[in-house]
Design a binder for this molecule. Structure first.
Ligand SMILES: Nc1nc2c(c(=O)[nH]1)N[C@H]1C(S)=C(S)[C@@H](COP(=O)(O)OP(=O)(O)OC[C@H]3O[C@@H](n4cnc5c(N)ncnc54)[C@H](O)[C@@H]3O)O[C@H]1N2
Ligand code: MOO
Length: 396
């Protein structure tokens, strides 16, 4: 039996072997959401560019208020106007976001004053810096705000706009070819004949690829023959940066994916110490990086989340790791698998994990009905209150 590779070693191996395959383009900020930065982004300015008021009130020199409770207003500063220096012994009417006049070192909010015409009585003694947002509080000029490899979120668009960015250099979207294999598979929409099941991995993989931020170049299905598998993989390699397949990677005579790779590419790794998902293939076929996911639907899902997602990210130029694991307690007992780490589909209630009753790798619905994966290391018998890593589905 081939040795099973520990899952973190397999992730490392895949990331080390793959290189970024896409070229770059410049896009306007309005089209940058969801794209991957191909360059570091540096701010040329301080954000905010000048100190400004955090409150509607009065800008003062705190030293002027040491012996005085009352000052006259010498200027009015609205947001968007340039202030004059503050005359000593006076205060300035100021509004939220307006620039602090030179000489002022605090703003007193208007609720802490009494106003009589142009004369302001201060009801509290301010401390230097009160209610002043300093220049560069958010971003300092010269700072590297985002590094190459970051996928741009809606929040990032706001941040980029805050220091005046209009264009960003990003990688072209990764084109992913998808192959499903198996004589038993029928497309939804056609009645099933004897021995057939519906092809669920095709739509599942398309959706996973798209929700991971990539494009599907082409999806094909191959019956269980070496010729059909070769023809499909060749066609996919002609239009794709990376190919993902489901099924045909186990040891039966009807499993042709691995054989096709051995004839037309190089096998990098096969068989990982995880359940579900053991017979994952990572290879190169017709000069295209290739991930062969096991056909059992839960094995397809788990291996996409743990391996294919990170492989696609690496090829697309994205800096990505497994999501942050959340420590949770087990609310159950279970005999551990001797040689494979298990990824159970579990419910979480008040920080306690309970496994779905259906953990077969052939069953997909359990994943839809649960919150995420509980990672049980190999050879670990689970007792109630043991702590394990939990990966929520929403973090993939
Ligand atoms: N003798 C052994 N048999 C198996 C082993 C083994 O070590 N020795 N490993 C088992 C494990 S673990 C897995 S996982 C599967 C992987 O099999 P394949 O990747 O070769 O996949 P298939 O045999 O083609 O299909 C497995 C299963 O999944 C269903 N399937 C396949 N594609 C789809 C699809 N697109 N949509 C829905 N369902 C799909 C298929 O009908 C099978 O039921 O091998 C075990 N066997
Ligand atoms: O890995 Mo297989 O996925 O256990 O059924």
């Amino acid at each position: 039996m081939a040795t099973l590779m520990p899952f973190r070693d397999a992730i490392e191996h895949i990331k080390q072997t793959l290189t970024t395959v896409t070229t770059t383009e410049s896009v306007p900020l309005s089209k940058a959401m969801g794209r991957i930065l191909a360059q570091d982004v540096i701010s040329e300015i301080d954000v905010p560019p000048a100190a400004n008021s955090a409150m509607d009130g009065f800008a003062v020199r705190t030293s002027d208020l040491k012996d005085n409770a009352s000052l006259t207003v010498s200027q009015r500063i609205a947001a968007g106007s340039a202030p004059m220096p503050l005359q000593s012994g006076t205060c300035a009417r100021i509004f939220t976001g307006a620039e602090i006049p030179q000489g002022a070192d605090a703003v007193v909010m208007q609720e802490n004053t009494r106003q009589q015409e142009n004369q302001i009585t201060f009801l509290s003694q301010p401390t230097s810096h009160d209610n002043i947002r300093p220049a560069g509080q958010d971003i300092a000029a010269g700072a590297t705000v985002f590094t190459k490899g970051k996928r741009i979120t809606a929040i990032d668009i706001g941040v980029l706009a805050s220091f005046g960015i209009t264009q960003v250099e990003v990688y072209l979207p990764l084109k992913v070819g998808i192959l499903t294999t198996g004589d038993e598979l029928q497309s939804p929409g056609t009645p099933l004949s004897g021995g057939q099941i519906y092809n669920s991995n095709g739509p599942l993989l398309e959706s996973l690829v798209v929700s991971s931020g990539h494009q599907v170049s082409l999806r094909l299905h191959a019956i269980d023959s070496v010729e059909a598998t070769q023809t499909a993989l060749k066609a996919l390699s002609d239009c794709s940066d990376v190919i993902i397949s489901s099924g045909g990677v186990s040891v039966g005579e009807e499993d042709h994916v691995k054989a096709t790779i051995e004839q037309n590419g190089q096998l990098h790794l096969w068989k990982i110490a995880i359940k579900p998902g053991k017979p994952l293939v990572f290879a190169n076929v017709y000069n295209t990086p290739f991930l062969g996911l096991p056909g059992n639907p839960s094995s397809t899902l788990v291996t996409f989340h743990l391996f294919a997602r990170l492989a696609l990210a690496k090829a697309a130029g994205e800096d990505l790791d497994l999501p942050k694991a959340i420590p949770v307690k087990s609310g159950f007992s279970r005999k551990g698998n001797q040689s494979r780490d298990e990824f159970l589909r579990v419910h979480i209630n008040n920080g306690i994990a309970t496994p779905h009753a259906q953990q077969s790798s052939g069953a997909l619905l359990a994943a839809s009905q649960t919150d995420g994966y509980l990672h049980i290391p190999a050879a670990h018998n689970v007792s109630p209150n043991d702590e394990f890593d939990f990966y929520p589905f929403c973090s993939f």
